[in-house]
Design a protein around this ligand. Structure first.
Ligand code: SF4
Length: 330
């Protein structure tokens, strides 16, 4: 009796990663999925897809690995702060750890040859495979027919001739195959990783260069929240842009951070570091007042709280054009 092989498939939740799972299952392979989460990409889409596909699912925190790749990208960054080649290689490496622990036979990914010019050309796929340390146990089922046969193919665990042969950017074949497998709910191909967004990249670069990382990485997670403004080399303030931002900033501010808000008006909560000093604290208050919803002109009362103490100052809201000069990414 032939044995059932076990694959661990990287599942972002996108169509390609779902199809890779479907084509392997069609060959009788037991497939489980692994999804990574970090401050730059979440696991929600992967979780949703795993549930819809009915595959056992492993969610792994990837924060430290991706931060290391962003700071020291052995194979460079893409158009923004995205170290895609190193990131892929390390995801496969992490999958490899689970493979060893749980006795999977091989790892699968939904990569498609030449779909992305930089990170999915033949050379990049080869680099990713080699750097992952699991080169010979790695299968890209959607384009394996174009790639050197790895052990699962050579030893007949998978019939490569029954796999699709996708390459290039045309999505029509994938959409047809999705219909074949009855996949209806899948996200648009691009998007989902903040590291590929230029404006986000500027904020991250600023943080790495000027501030460094908090021990618990809170300042990285907060990059997604509010408006980030640099008042000096060592002072950045964050100004909430909605109620949810305000609540999160209030929750995540460090114990000695300043909290600024206009007590008489609806508007933002702003947080500022303890080392801000009085002149920049007034600048921060004027910025905070600029975003408050005030009925007319004139000074605005701003409450400044720190470590259980509060005081009120009056400031003129800053002119929007001047506020823009402090914005880290617009
Ligand atoms: S887009 Fe983001 S998650 Fe995807 S490989 Fe690149 S850095 Fe990693």
């Amino acid at each position: 009796m032939s044995r059932t092989y076990k694959a661990l498939a990287l599942l972002s939740g996108g169509l390609d990663s779902q199809l890779a799972i479907c084509v392997l299952r069609e060959q009788g392979i037991h497939v489980e999925a692994i999804t990574f989460r970090s401050p730059f990409f979440g696991a929600d889409k992967g979780c949703k897809a795993a549930e819809a596909l009915g595959v056992p699912h492993h969610v792994v925190d990837f924060t430290e690995e991706i931060l290391e790749q962003v700071r020291n990208p052995a194979h460079g960054l893409g158009n923004a702060m995205n170290p895609c080649i190193d990131c892929h290689a390390h995801m496969i490496m992490r999958a490899g750890e689970l493979l060893e622990k749980r006795g999977f036979d091989f790892i699968a990914t939904g990569e498609v040859l030449a779909q992305r010019p930089m990170s999915q050309n033949k050379n990049s796929l080869g680099i990713v495979a080699r750097c992952s340390k699991y080169e010979d146990l790695l299968v890209r089922p959607l384009c394996a027919r174009f790639l050197p046969p790895t052990r699962p193919v050579r030893e007949g665990w998978i019939d490569v001739d029954r796999l699709p042969a996708f390459s290039g950017r045309n999505r029509t074949p994938q959409i047809k195959l999705a219909e074949h497998f009855g996949l209806k709910d899948y996200p648009a191909p691009a998007g989902g990783c903040l590291l590929t967004e230029k404006l986000f990249g500027i904020k991250l670069k600023d943080l790495l260069e000027k501030e460094g990382l908090d021990d618990d990485r809170t300042n990285v997670w907060l990059l997604k929240t509010g408006r980030h403004m640099r008042l000096s080399d060592d002072v950045k303030i964050i100004v909430g842009s909605c109620e949810a931002d305000n609540a999160l900033l209030d929750e995540k501010a460090r114990p000695n951070d300043y909290r600024l808000a206009c007590p008489d008006l609806p508007g933002p909560l702003a947080i500022a570091p303890a080392n801000i000093g009085e002149p920049l604290l007034r600048t921060a208050a004027a910025i905070c007042a600029r975003y408050a919803k005030r009925p007319g002109d004139g000074p605005v009362r701003v409450e400044i709280r720190q470590a259980g103490e509060a005081r009120i100052i009056e400031v003129l809201p800053m002119d929007p054009a001047q506020v823009a000069t402090y914005m880290i990414a617009t």
